[in-house]
Design a protein around this ligand. Structure first.
Ligand SMILES: *[C@@H]1O[C@H](CO)[C@@H](O)[C@H](O)[C@H]1NC(C)=O
Ligand SMILES: *[C@@H]1O[C@H](CO)[C@@H](O)[C@H](O)[C@H]1NC(C)=O
Ligand SMILES: *[C@@H]1O[C@H](CO)[C@@H](O)[C@H](O)[C@H]1NC(C)=O
Ligand SMILES: *[C@@H]1O[C@H](CO)[C@@H](O)[C@H](O)[C@H]1NC(C)=O
Length: 530
């Protein structure tokens, strides 16, 4: 047991570095970011001529308009990366943004390690990765105070894609005459950027010849309890049974327990410093959030599975599907937290800073510097999309404490952005407006390929949601694999999961047909251009 715990700790410490780059809070909803796909910075050759191309990590800068509606406001530098390994004249331009994160190092999305590069390889296209405004170093302002976030909207992000496509002069030969009227552009996105793909094709008809949207969270939803449903459905049964049992007990103690019972519960998890009971209940979501980083290629050592093993394997014996029951599971969960999990989660921060969500002086809320992508993401959450990942409604099984409710998460909006959401204002994101503007689940556009994974926790906001049926049609196909969040983006996942391979192959066939039909002068968009 000691050996096992040591190994678990070593593994957790090895992954700690990645999560502690910036002060963050581990008790607020996770962004829907898809796993990154890096590529080595090795020389790339133009396949047709053998010419040596610039390294994939060469950064290009585009002069983007701060406000499309008010061009006099000027421009800012938008970063992008670009290669033309497979390009031949007439080929498509494949554009991808990772969305809510720094786009540096996303070079795998330029080459055939991803579906992007596979499309380029098949269709002799060129690839681009562009950084979304207000993430990484792409920012119109030198800090992200409330007033400077004014131009951080979904619509501005869509307008950026349009202005970029119509204006950019690409470094490749002939790159000054491949606008969307002259060449077919394909927009690719995953998760938030998958939704952005759908929303852009709704908002700018004809701009992109085709789209590929994986795990696209097209429907904005305030209380997104469905996030945890795929986790509950696909995790080991004994583990879900025990998590439900522990959470029911935790809620009883936190709601009706004596002070000493509550103190004992906090001690169990090593979070004595937390003063608000909903922070205690909310924090236990972390083990379920870990599901989001699983991929078909993930081995049994993934943090999520380590958690279930910690609860369900006792003296080398696995629990039956009913679990071991609350007594063992509660102490095993506490042991898991105190044996490395909590240290890794908090990366050197105090428990109060890491898991407390009430202190307005917490660096999480006060750090307005450029590159604080989590702040930037929360601006979109609080204003336009919601997706608060909370407890299931009463009467349904829940893996999450019922103290974690949308109002609990939305409260953070006032702490992040006090000038926009004054204290006590009970912010509610404008999801109805978002869905009306960009059609959410009711999207109907031609040549948009949706890919989803059965085990994706975000599936409930996609066109493959259990709660909302969207038909798959030849012009707007929906292909579902057994994968997780955005699993079909990475080529490597197809090697381990044939259902992911099938999705990629279906997409490549669809793209081939759709791109064949492109005619530069007759394209609808050419006629609409200003
Ligand atoms: C690209 O990567 C190489 C090798 O890692 C590095 O030496 C170089 O500085 C990088 N260039 C840029 C522009 O980041
Ligand atoms: C991916 O691209 C590389 C060149 O960058 C090529 O050597 C390789 O064969 C391609 N992979 C596949 C499966 O076509
Ligand atoms: C019980 O949990 C273990 C450890 O996570 C897992 O390997 C096993 O498949 C689970 N069994 C059942 C019946 O859920
Ligand atoms: C997984 O962990 C076990 C021990 O817990 C170790 O023996 C094994 O090498 C690990 N596998 C991987 C792929 O890290």
């Amino acid at each position: 047991m000691v050996l096992l715990r040591t190994l678990v700790l070593l593994h957790l410490l090895a992954t700690a570095y990645a999560t502690q780059l910036r002060a963050r809070n581990a008790n607020l909803p996770r962004p829907p970011t898809v796993p990154p796909v890096p590529a080595p910075d090795i020389a790339v050759y133009h396949v047709a001529t053998g010419a040596v191309l610039p390294p994939l990590n060469t950064t290009y800068y585009f002069d983007q308009l701060i406000d499309r509606a008010n061009p006099q406001l000027g421009t800012f530098k938008q970063r992008y990366w670009h290669t033309w390994e497979w390009y031949e004249k007439g080929g498509p331009i494949i554009l991808y943004t990772p969305g809510e994160e720094n786009a540096e190092g996303m070079t795998g999305f330029l080459v055939n390690r991803t579906i992007n590069g596979q499309i380029a390889q098949q269709e002799h296209g060129a690839t681009i990765v562009i950084e979304h405004r207000y993430y990484g170093e792409t920012n119109p302002f030198s800090d992200m105070s409330d007033k400077n976030l004014k131009y951080h909207t979904i619509q501005q992000a869509i307008d950026d894609l349009e202005y970029f496509a119509k204006t950019v002069k690409l470094a490749m030969p002939g790159g000054d005459s491949v606008g969307p009227a002259e060449a077919p552009w394909v927009l690719v996105g995953g998760s938030y950027s998958g939704a952005l793909t759908s929303w852009t094709m709704v908002n700018k008809p004809g701009l992109f010849r085709a789209g590929y949207a994986t795990s696209a969270v097209v429907e904005a939803i305030v209380g997104f309890w469905e996030y945890f449903e795929p986790v509950r459905q696909y995790m080991p049964k004994n583990c879900s049974a025990d998590v439900e049992a522990v959470i029911a007990h935790v809620d009883t103690v936190l709601k009706t327990g004596s002070e000493s019972q509550i103190a004992q519960l906090k001690d169990n998890f090593g979070v004595t410093e937390l003063t608000h009971v909903d922070d205690v209940g909310g924090a236990l979501r972390n083990n379920l959030w870990d599901w989001q980083s699983l991929e078909p290629s993930t081995g049994p050592n993934a943090t999520f599975y380590q958690f279930c093993d910690a609860l369900e394997v006792k003296n080398g014996v696995s629990a039956p599907s009913s679990g071991w029951g609350v007594d063992h599971a509660l102490s095993a969960w506490g042991g898991f937290w105190q044996d490395g999990y909590l240290d890794n989660l908090c990366g050197g921060q105090s428990i109060a800073d890491c898991l407390g969500t009430y202190d307005p002086t917490n660096p999480l809320f006060t750090d307005i510097s450029v590159g604080n992508d989590y702040r930037s993401w929360n601006w979109i959450v609080c204003n336009e999309v919601g997706w608060f990942e909370d407890a299931a409604p009463v009467g349904m099984p829940t893996l999450v404490s019922r103290l974690a409710q949308p109002a609990y998460d939305a409260r953070a909006c006032s702490l992040f952005f006090p000038d926009t959401f004054p204290a006590g204002s009970s912010p509610v994101p404008r999801v109805a407006q978002t869905n009306a503007a960009y059609h959410g689940w009711d999207v109907h556009v031609d040549r948009l390929f949706f890919a989803n994974g059965k085990r994706d926790p975000w599936r409930g906001a996609t066109v493959s949601a259990d709660a909302h049926f969207v038909p798959s049609t030849p012009e707007q196909p929906i292909a579902v694999s057994d994968g997780f969040h955005g699993s079909d983006l990475a080529t490597s996942n197809a090697l381990v999961d044939p259902t992911v391979l099938a999705v990629q192959q279906q997409a490549l066939r669809a793209m081939h047909g759709w791109l064949q039909g492109f005619e530069p002068t007759k394209q609808g968009y050419a006629e609409e251009m200003e």
